[in-house]
Design a protein around this ligand. Structure first.
Ligand SMILES: Cc1cc2nc3c(=O)[nH]c(=O)nc-3n(C[C@H](O)[C@H](O)[C@H](O)COP(=O)(O)OP(=O)(O)OC[C@H]3O[C@@H](n4cnc5c(N)ncnc54)[C@H](O)[C@@H]3O)c2cc1C
Length: 347
């Protein structure tokens, strides 16, 4: 089933709370209806709106995948294959799995958005990325008008990237399949203070080993202590990707900034925390009104004029930060959220 609307207000449908209205919106409740949708002109898929920067006027058709349901495809003593429809809320899914004692996505708790959007930027947090548990993705291929199943390899995942970013507007993700584990063999807790916090929770529950539910609660507590809730202070999470630089450039910077946090990727590449770079550029809590970096986490841009600020306001603060960090460190930050143009194209 589908529902079609005109002059559709999207201001409450993006976590940055940008003022936005679309020509046409099509809400899809059943993927079987997809072949019958033939949007005239450009179209754009909007899920939970937590990783997009929308224009005031969107002269395009917005497609809202809202297919619901999850079911176990197969199960044995060790693992479970779970298929989840695109419209399921991601955090609710994580909660469900952690409560069931299924390991794999507990580190990805409290990431806003819908399950179908998770493969697009290969969501990641606290040492885990979606690709670690993803088996395959069901899609509707608009180019060839057919339903397909893409394997994890075909999704071409890398850091905050996938084929869905490479080939925008080609695929609509209808469902994802995850491989989850029933034992804690693959628990990932060596990220910052996560292990200690999870162990404290396990001990309080009378256990000496960490379960998925402990990681889940620890991640929620850590995130709530430093990230603003979009429902209270609109934002779209990390605004910039953590830059990956050459070892040579890193050697020069670490001489100048000996306390600079860094994460070696391999012998040739080092990842730096973008939030630290922004903070060192003197922009923690700064920016240009109404778009300011968060006082506890400079990587998050917050909107202090919900429902009236526009993309233009975002661009001003974004460019100010990029120039400041470039001047201080010689590093060009790259935006993480998707910038949607008025004609529905995006980058
Ligand atoms: C407070 C906060 C914290 C965050 N923390 C993290 C984090 O820790 N790690 C992380 O990786 N991200 C994080 N994010 C970013 C965001 O939540 C994720 O990228 C999320 O997966 C986006 O889901 P969404 O449903 O909101 O997608 P949307 O923002 O609606 O869409 C994002 C992109 O995916 C495309 N898309 C969405 N659904 C489909 C579909 N079914 N088929 C094809 N294309 C589709 C859209 O066209 C768009 O290009 C955070 C955001 C916020 C606001």
């Amino acid at each position: 089933m589908i529902q079609t609307y005109h002059n559709y207000d999207l201001s409450a449908m993006n976590t940055m709370a940008l003022n936005s209205c679309a020509d046409t919106a099509i809400v899809v409740h059943d993927e079987a209806a997809l072949p019958s949708i033939r949007p005239t002109g450009r179209w754009f898929v909007l899920a939970g709106g937590s990783n997009v920067l929308l224009p005031s006027v969107l002269n395009a058709t917005v497609i809202l995948p809202r297919m619901l349901g999850k079911h176990i495809l197969s199960e044995n003593d060790d693992e479970i294959l779970l298929e989840v429809k695109a419209g399921e809320n991601w955090h609710d899914l994580v909660s469900h799995c952690a409560l069931q004692g299924w390991y794999g996505i507990e580190n990805l708790a409290l990431i806003p958005g819908l399950a179908g959007a998770a493969p697009v930027q290969n969501i990641g947090a606290y040492g885990v990325q979606l690709e670690d548990v993803l088996v395959c993705v069901k899609v509707y291929d608009w180019e060839n008008s057919q339903f397909l199943t893409l394997s994890r390899e075909e999704c071409q995942f890398s850091y905050r990237h996938s084929i869905f970013k490479e080939q925008p507007n080609r695929y609509l993700i209808t469902a994802i399949t995850l491989r989850l584990h029933k034992t804690a063999t693959r628990i990932q807790s060596n990220y910052g203070d996560l292990h200690n916090q999870a162990l404290t929770l396990a001990t309080a529950a009378g256990r000496d080993d960490i379960h998925a539910i402990d990681i889940y609660h620890a991640v929620i507590a850590i995130r709530q202590s430093k990230l603003p809730d979009p429902a209270i202070l609109p934002n779209c999470g990390s605004f910039f990707q953590n830059p990956i630089i050459s070892h040579g450039q890193f050697q020069q910077l670490i001489c100048q900034y000996p306390t600079m946090p860094h994460y070696p990727i391999n012998d040739a590449l080092v990842k730096l925390p973008a939030g630290w770079l922004i903070e060192q550029a003197g922009l923690k809590g700064g920016g240009i009104t109404p778009i300011l970096t968060h006082t506890k986490q400079a990587l998050v841009l917050t909107n202090h004029a919900p429902q009236s600020a526009t993309q233009h306001d975002i661009a001003i603060t974004q460019n100010h930060i990029i120039v400041s960090v470039q001047q201080k460190f010689g590093i060009t930050l790259v935006r993480e959220p998707v910038w949607v143009n008025a004609d529905g194209s995006y980058q």
